[in-house]
Design a protein around this ligand. Structure first.
Ligand SMILES: NC(=O)c1ccc[n+]([C@@H]2O[C@H](COP(=O)([O-])OP(=O)(O)OC[C@H]3O[C@@H](n4cnc5c(N)ncnc54)[C@H](OP(=O)(O)O)[C@@H]3O)[C@@H](O)[C@H]2O)c1
Length: 235
């Protein structure tokens, strides 16, 4: 199996690479990194430095790679050095909102535009975007975190929209959004103190859950939103 992991030096992205390498000795991994240099040095992993919010970078990457079976976009952001997610709309800041959209929404749109043909095949292929339950409009009961929430809701709409188009153009490609649950990474670090220990997952556990979900997917499942448990989440 050939897989492309976008954001391979993030907490969950790195764990997915490690899990895939240890789980199947025939897996070949292409992986991207952004600012953080890669710490995995392995003969079956090839690294590419890529800013996936830049169309020029995504297009350049698409020219360097041929077909593969699975693309996982594990890039995202929740906070920046000078901004935490908003508790109230009064804290709304346009730069922070755009920062969220650049990291959480734009990459999946660019990747689906430039890698559609890499995933077009006569057998099932998969495009997975890491989303978050907080992006579900139906599930929104407590409000807050408006920039992250909107960027993940927009990501979810992108997945649904692309799935409708690909059902016609490349019906063997299954595109879904995946919610990993609260996972112990840099992204969630500032918000972990109120999370019960059993609700805070290790990146390795989440990688295992994701590969289990993918294992059970068929092209008929395209355009859906799945949790780490395999349960479907309403959009
Ligand atoms: N951890 C959680 O509790 C949790 C819960 C729900 C959903 N998620 C989602 O899961 C995904 C992975 O999160 P994580 O916990 O693994 O976070 P993480 O450890 O902070 O990793 C995020 C990765 O995104 C990369 N990135 C950000 N902007 C980028 C850009 N423009 N181009 C390329 N790479 C970029 C970062 O690279 P650099 O650092 O090098 O910039 C980093 O490798 C995210 O989409 C997140 O929203 C996580």
């Amino acid at each position: 199996m050939k897989i492309l992991i976008i954001g391979g030096t993030g907490g969950i992205g790195r764990a997915i690479i490690e899990y895939c390498l240890s789980n199947d000795e025939h897996t070949t991994v292409y992986a991207t990194y952004h600012c953080t240099p890669p710490s995995i040095d392995h003969e079956r992993v090839t690294w590419y430095k890529t800013d996936v919010s830049s169309e020029a970078d995504v297009f350049a990457l698409s020219l360097r790679l041929t077909k593969f079976d699975l693309l996982i976009n594990a890039v995202g952001t929740l906070h920046s050095p000078d901004h935490r997610p908003e508790k109230s709309i009064n804290e709304f800041d346009l730069d922070f909102f755009q920062h969220n959209f650049n990291a959480n929404t734009v990459p999946t749109l660019l990747l689906s535009k430039h890698f559609a043909l890499h995933l077009k095949a006569k057998y099932p292929t998969y495009f997975i975007a890491l989303s978050a339950r907080i992006g579900s409009i139906e599930d929104n009961r407590i409000g807050g975190w408006v920039s992250y929430r909107c960027s993940k809701a927009a990501l979810n709409m992108a997945i649904k929209t692309i799935s409708v188009e690909w059902k016609v153009k490349q019906p063997n490609c299954c595109i879904i959004a995946f919610h990993p649950g609260t996972t112990d990474t840099e992204l969630s670090k500032p918000f972990q103190k109120n999370v019960a220990p059993q609700q805070l997952f290790s990146p390795r556990y989440v990688a295992h859950c994701l590969l289990d979900v993918i294992h059970n997917l068929t092209p008929e499942n395209t355009g859906r939103f799945y949790s780490y448990s395999g349960e479907e989440i309403p959009w």
